[in-house]
Design a protein around this ligand. Sequence first.
Ligand SMILES: NC(=O)c1ccc[n+]([C@@H]2O[C@H](COP(=O)([O-])OP(=O)(O)OC[C@H]3O[C@@H](n4cnc5c(N)ncnc54)[C@H](O)[C@@H]3O)[C@@H](O)[C@H]2O)c1
Length: 346
Amino acid sequence: MIPLPARMAKKYLWATQNFWVIALVIKVMTPKSTLVTGCAGFIGSNFVRQFRKEFPKAKIIGIDDFSTGRREVLDKTIKFYEGSILDESLLEKIFSRHKPEFVFHFAALPRVSYSVEHPRRTSEVNILGTVSLLEHSKNYGVKRFIYSSSSSVYGGAKKLPTKESENPIDPKSPYAVQKYVGEPFCKIFSELFGLDTVCLRYFNVFGPGQYGDSPYSTVVSAWLEALYFSKRKKAFIEGDGKQTRDFCYVDNVVSANILAMKAKKNFHGEAFNIAHGERTTLNEIKKLIEKYTGKKLSLEQRPPRLGDVRHTHADIGKAKKWFGYVPLLDFETGLRETIKWFERRL
Ligand SMILES: NC(=O)c1ccc[n+]([C@@H]2O[C@H](COP(=O)([O-])OP(=O)(O)OC[C@H]3O[C@@H](n4cnc5c(N)ncnc54)[C@H](O)[C@@H]3O)[C@@H](O)[C@H]2O)c1
């Protein structure tokens, strides 16, 4: 039998040893410094909130010029720089001061119609802005660059569910080309300079923080906006409502970004579909909205939109295999959370 003081000493030793192990694990897991571009936007602001929850001690640096973002969603705990990703001297200041370990690149001018009207301006931000961030990331030894790409690069999938390897790239708008161009640039920076880069192709993102009048409004937010703020917006449906979309709840996009950051593998600009991996018809969404809000949604009937893609449905197997991505929430749960957010805005 070990005498009591010796037993206590042993316990004390065990506790202190483990304390240091736990503290070390937390320290190793917490990224030293993380740059989030577009942190005042829909996805960027959701990302910052959840990243902060997961890594309370992380140093987060944000940049946004509020071209589509909102000042009121800015997280107070981050070091924020107001300005454009096209401002070379601002980027130099941010990278030299903070030496980010990870860069999450959400900033973009994301409206398809705006890109059709302003192909040059949108190319500057969406292409040159990305290249500029890649260059600074390379110069300052960033560990991983996580790029927000888009399912629009497929221009309507030929095969469903859409696999990255089976569907040719076929962009149909300046925006889609611009998002696509970021991908080979990521790859080139990996090949030429050894910068670790990964491209996430999001499908129809929706969720709290997406205003129905925002550039990217999916029918979910557009219809809820019309339902709760009818004076501002009128809801409509194009075609027979049997078209389907793979809607992706914003928390799933955020978790995909964090998983991609944590992945042990090295990336060289590979692209991954990020979606729910299921599809819902617009008619089903209307029924679910009416069920969960208890309100009648009246939609103005419009003819089908020319060139509109009939179905989107992602195969998310590659993201699952490479970094364990599985959607945390299904479509209906995401919809209920989004409805709660609209109700809080009243
Ligand atoms: N929402 C979707 O369904 C979806 C789908 C596919 C891809 N994406 C991509 O995800 C990213 C985020 O999209 P979102 O829906 O949050 O859009 P958003 O418009 O809400 O956010 C973009 C943010 O970037 C900022 N920004 C724009 N130009 C800038 C500049 N020059 N300098 C600094 N900041 C600038 C905007 O002010 C805004 O805060 C974008 O890259 C977009 O292309 C979104």
